[in-house]
Design a protein around this ligand. Sequence first.
Ligand code: NAG
Ligand code: NAG
Ligand code: NAG
Ligand code: NAG
Length: 442
Amino acid sequence: MQYLLHALLFSTFSFEQVLAAKKDPPLVPIEDPFYLPPDPDCLPSEVDCWKNSTGVVLRKREVTVANVVTGERASLRHVDENPDASVTTVIVPVIPNKKRVISLQSAYDSPDTNCAPSYGLQHKAQGWGKTWNRLNLAFLAPYLQTGPILNIPDYEGSNAAFAVGPQSGYQTLDSIKAALSLESREYTGIKEDAKVIMFGYSGGALATEWATEMKAWYAETLPIVGAVIGGAPTNITSTYHNVNGGDLATLNVWAMLGIMNAYPTMNQWMRDDLRTDAYQDKRFLLELTSCSYASPALAKGLNFANISAMFKQGDKFLTQFSNILNEIGVMGKNITEQNNPGYPLAFFYGTEDEVTYPLEDTQKLIDKWKTVGKVEKVSDWPLKGETHASALLKGVGKAWLWMNCQFDEAEKSKEMHCDKELPEDATDYQNQMSFSPSQELR
Ligand SMILES: *[C@@H]1O[C@H](CO)[C@@H](O)[C@H](O)[C@H]1NC(C)=O
Ligand SMILES: *[C@@H]1O[C@H](CO)[C@@H](O)[C@H](O)[C@H]1NC(C)=O
Ligand SMILES: *[C@@H]1O[C@H](CO)[C@@H](O)[C@H](O)[C@H]1NC(C)=O
Ligand SMILES: *[C@@H]1O[C@H](CO)[C@@H](O)[C@H](O)[C@H]1NC(C)=O
C-alpha cells in the first residue's frame, strides 16, 4: 500500500491542473440534496416501468468535473430488485477524444456512501474519501490531459453495498447507459457513436467482471468494445481468509459491512454477534463512517487485526450466510455461451497476489471465459512474482495500450490482434507515465 501512496504523490500535479478552482468545499453525499432521487414516475409495483427507466439521467450538475445522476431504477439492493438512484462522474479531459469513453470502476472499497468517487474527486473534498479516490485516479492522471472521456460510477449505489457483485454490475452498466444517453451527450459532449471500454482493478475488477457477466442480458445494446479486469477477487470468502490478520485486514470489515448494507438479515445477525467488550462492536461499526469526517478517527487501525475475533462466534457468519456469499461474492457462475458479452477481455494479476489467492481460481475464471466466444479475444497476463499492489503498477501500462488498440480496432472495424502487438516493455508503469501526448489514447 505504501507503494501506491507513492504513486499518488507522483501524479497529483497533473490531476490538480485539471481541476478548476472552486470556492466552497463540497457537501458529503449524505448531506448533499443532489444525491436524493426525485419522485419516481413508476409505482412500486410497475416492474416493467422501472426496468424501462434504468440508466436515465435524473439530474445533472457541473462540479469541477461533470456530475450526472443516473437512474439506477432496477438496481439490486438486496434479494429483490429495488429501484435506486446513483451518481456517476464524467470527466472530460483537456483535449478529449469524444468518441471514446473509458468506464473506470474505482476500487473505493467502502461501506460508507461518503467514500464514493463522485464526492472524493471533487475539488476541496475532505478526509479519506478524497485521499483514496484520488489515489485511484492517479493511475489515469496522464490521460486527464488528453484521451477518452472518463465515466467513474459510484457503483456501490446509495447503500454502499461494497462487495455485492450483482449490484456493482447493474450500477456500472446503468451508469454507462446514462453517460451515453442524449441528455448526457448534450452536456458532456460524448459523441453518439462513442465506444466504451471498462477498466477495473481489485474492487473495481469486481464491478467490471460482474458487469461483463450481465452485459448480454441486461445491457445488450451498449457499445462496449472491451474490458480490462485486474487483480479480480474471484471469491469473497477466500479473500476474507486471505487477508484476515494481515496488513489488509480492514478490507474484511469493509466487505462484510458492505454486504450487511444490502442484506438486513445478515446485518442484524452480525451486529448481534459482535463482541461488546473493549468496544469491539463500536470499533467494527465505526468503519461505516470512515469517510464521513474530515479528520481521521482516533481509534486504532484494524490492519493486522483478527476480524473474526471481534465476533462472539468467530467467523461463523461465513458459514451462516454462505448462501449469500456464494451468490453475490463468487465470479463466473453466469459465464455461458448465451451470456457472451461479445467484446474482448484482458485479465492481469500478480502470481503472488495475496488478496485473490489461490491463483488457480483466477485461472479457472479466465479459462471459463475462454470457453465462451473466441479464445484469442481473452488475454491472460499473469505477472510473475507480483503481489496485489505491485501487479497494478506493472500491468496498468500494458492495459492502457491494449485499450487504445481495442478502440482502434472497433473504429476501423479491422482485426488488430491487440494482445500480440503490444510492445514487451509496456509492462512498466513508469514507461506509461512518460508517454508523449501523441502516443496516448487518441
Ligand atoms: C417497456 O419497454 C418495452 C420495450 O421497449 C415496451 O414494449 C413496454 O411497453 C414498456 N413498458 C412500460 C411499462 O413502459
Ligand atoms: C468460495 O471459497 C470458499 C472458501 O474459501 C469455499 O468454501 C466456497 O465453496 C467457494 N465458493 C464457490 C462457489 O466456489
Ligand atoms: C482469529 O479469531 C478466531 C475467533 O476467535 C480464532 O478461531 C482464530 O484462531 C484466530 N486466528 C488467529 C490467526 O489468531
Ligand atoms: C444469469 O443470466 C441469466 C440470463 O442468462 C439471468 O436471467 C440471471 O439473472 C443471471 N444471474 C446472475 C446472478 O447474474
